[in-house]
Ligand binder design. Structure first.
Ligand SMILES: [Zn+2]
Ligand SMILES: [Zn+2]
Length: 276
């Protein structure tokens, strides 16, 4: 865990953005639409506050938790690499070496130029969490994007509702209209950005792929097609199992970012040929 990662400009910018969205949604738009003393206003404020809390919590978890680094004692599983199955030999248990770290690289690990080390099951380096998204913090990242999507959508509904019920005085102050339009554009953009990102990662986990692997798979699928074959991602062990490998076997804790006791050391992964 590294709390120092919280002290960076993108992280502070995210906290300011969240603070602004929270304030505007609850104390301007909800207050204007329902009034915070009404049961509707109170209920919406409570739901939104809970969502904002979950966002902050999963955000902090994604930032401070290490993404998972290659243990110094790691040695490749030579027994598996000698497996006769060609696909697993080629894709999953191939002996890989990182030139920059001068060390063995487990399957699915990649060297991150920003972190300057190899990251287990690396997805991508995310500027907005000032951290790599890897084996240990991928669940927290995914849950964060989920809460951010729901929160943005809730805020968009509040802004729209508040704007529609308002009696706009044509000759009134233009600043308020500009503020509403600017907040509307911001929330629709955030909803689209988070929603698209969440949809993309749901697709990825259904295939048990990382963002890096999805690019590699495109190339591999093209090469396979050229030779009249079809490509199958070597770590795809079926949709439900793929999901439980990321979110955990207990559905009740899927949305809790710290429920990661199902994670192992991140140096080996089940394949349809070798179930771990
Ligand atoms: Zn490396
Ligand atoms: Zn990184």
């Amino acid at each position: 865990m590294k709390f120092q990662r919280l002290v960076s400009i993108p992280i502070i910018a995210m906290f300011i953005l969240l603070g602004f969205v929270y304030y505007a949604t609850v104390f301007i738009f909800m207050k204007d639409w329902f009034g915070l003393e009404s049961s509707n206003g109170l209920l919406n404020a409570l739901i939104f506050t809970f969502l904002a809390f979950l966002c902050v919590f999963s955000f902090i978890v994604s930032v401070v938790i290490d993404p998972g680094y290659v243990p110094p004692s790691y040695v490749p599983d030579v027994e598996h690499s000698a497996a006769s199955d060609q696909e697993s030999q080629k894709n999953s248990v191939q002996v890989r070496q990182c030139d920059k770290c001068s060390a063995h690289k487990p399957p699915r690990a990649h060297h991150c130029k920003v972190c300057r080390r190899c990251v287990l099951r690396m997805d991508h380096h995310c500027l907005w969490i000032n951290n790599c998204v890897g084996y240990q913090n991928y669940k927290a990242f995914l849950v964060l994007v989920f809460y951010a999507t729901i929160g943005s959508l809730h805020s968009t509904v509040m802004i729209t509702g508040s704007a529609l019920q308002r009696e706009w005085d044509i000759s009134g102050k233009p600043q308020l209209k500009i503020f509403y339009v600017a907040c509307g554009i911001l929330m629709v953009s955030l909803s689209l950005a988070f929603g698209t990102l969440f949809g993309w990662h749901v697709f990825l986990i259904s295939k048990n792929m990382t963002t890096i692997e999805s690019h590699e798979a495109e190339q591999a699928a093209w090469l396979a097609r050229k030779s009249g074959q079809s490509y199958r991602h070597p770590f795809n062990v079926g949709v439900y199992r793929n999901i439980t490998l990321i979110l955990g076997p207990n559905m009740l804790t899927w949305l809790y970012p710290l429920a990661v006791s199902h994670l192992k050391d991140g140096t080996s992964f089940p394949t349809p040929q070798h179930s771990l």
